[in-house]
Design a binder for this molecule. Structure first.
Ligand code: NAP
Length: 307
């Protein structure tokens, strides 16, 4: 029986591990399919406080893991494929093996939705990004492309005009999911050019290991054309990793965990941390903070229960 099992090993999960380990709770972290979370997909992180020169995303998340292990946190490869949260102790199935836990911290994250092109996947971290806040700074006076037609795409496109020479927003329709205010703001921005009814066919240049352009297709005329770009940002939504909790935990219509205050879910003893619940901030530092909050809640609950 574990005091606390942490699902996810990104910034939120590893920070929760650090805090619960220092509280002598011997946490077990289930790393998940994307060990290290979204930070492991980025390159230089310049906005995590404490690193004046910046730090590589994978190094940052690995450092927090080492820090947690130093205090006794254990890590297990694999993913949680099923859960029974109907009563305590909770039961978790990790790749076919059931285990029991007094408390659970869900820090399973949200995965960026990608277009799914092979070239896009190969260039993630080398010019292809899903996070303007993280990577926009690298594209000063450069050509930037943003894909998507929702609020995220508008927000990212607007934000990226602070850096780029021009931002081309590519959207597959001529209508937008974005709210009027966000869309109006983007349309009023002289540095943003809209390419509607347009799909991305390919991102160049995998052989060079950097983004040099994109091949686009006009979905109305069928015309195929290339555009030189330096930074390629995909902003077509995120998918919270909560499918295994459906029917057990309160989720919003998009699948994000609903908070019941602090780090609490609707089930006593099950806590949330990071992007699995946060659809607004989604930063490494806010995820780390949320991991800390969840850990403190676990500590207090177990203490109150005499464990
Ligand atoms: P979203 O509203 O779901 O929009 C996703 C966009 O990506 C849609 O335009 C969609 O196109 C497009 N898309 C999806 N899959 C695609 C694919 N395979 N290829 C090309 N395009 C694709 O997602 P979001 O913009 O991330 O917003 C999510 C939620 O967060 C929303 O509720 C939003 O209001 C909120 N949000 C709010 C703010 C803010 O208020 N500051 C900022 C960001 C996000 P179609 O329309 O053709 O389906």
């Amino acid at each position: 029986m574990r005091n606390v099992v942490i699902i996810g090993s990104g910034c939120a999960g590893n920070t929760a591990a650090l805090y619960t380990a220092r509280a002598n709770l011997k946490p077990l972290v289930i790393s998940g399919h994307e060990a290290g979370g979204q930070l492991s997909l980025t390159t230089l992180v310049e906005n995590f406080p404490g690193f004046p020169e910046g730090i590589n995303g994978p190094d940052l998340v690995e450092n927090i893991r080492k820090q947690a292990e130093h205090f006794g946190a254990e890590y297990m490869h694999g993913a949680v494929i099923d859960t029974d949260l109907s009563k305590r102790p909770f039961r978790l199935n990790v790749e076919g093996e059931w285990m029991e836990a007094r408390t659970v911290i869900i820090a399973a994250g949200a995965s960026a939705r990608w277009l799914g092109l092979e070239s896009e996947q190969k260039l993630i971290g080398h010019g292809v990004s899903s996070c303007a806040t993280c990577d926009g700074f690298f594209y000063r006076e450069k050509e930037i492309m943003v894909v998507g037609g929702g609020d995220s795409a508008m927000e990212e496109a607007n934000f990226l005009t602070r850096f780029g020479k021009r931002v081309t927003l590519v959207h597959r329709k001529d209508t937008f999911r974005a709210s009027k205010i966000m869309l109006d703001r983007a349309k009023a921005n002289p540095k943003i050019e809209f390419l509607m009814n347009t799909a991305v066919e390919e991102v160049f240049d995998v052989t060079k290991g950097e983004v040099t352009g994109a091949r686009l297709r006009n979905l109305v005329t069928g015309d195929i054309f290339d555009r030189p770009v330096d930074g390629f940002f995909v902003a077509i939504g995120h998918i919270p990793n909560t499918h295994i909790f459906k029917g057990q935990l309160d989720l919003d219509p998009d699948g994000y965990l609903l908070s019941h205050g602090g780090a609490r879910t609707n089930i006593l003893g099950v806590f949330h941390a990071g992007d699995v619940q946060d659809r607004v901030y989604r930063q490494a530092i806010t995820a780390a903070g949320a991991g800390c909050m969840a850990a403190i809640e676990v500590e207090r609950l177990l203490e109150a229960e005499g464990h």
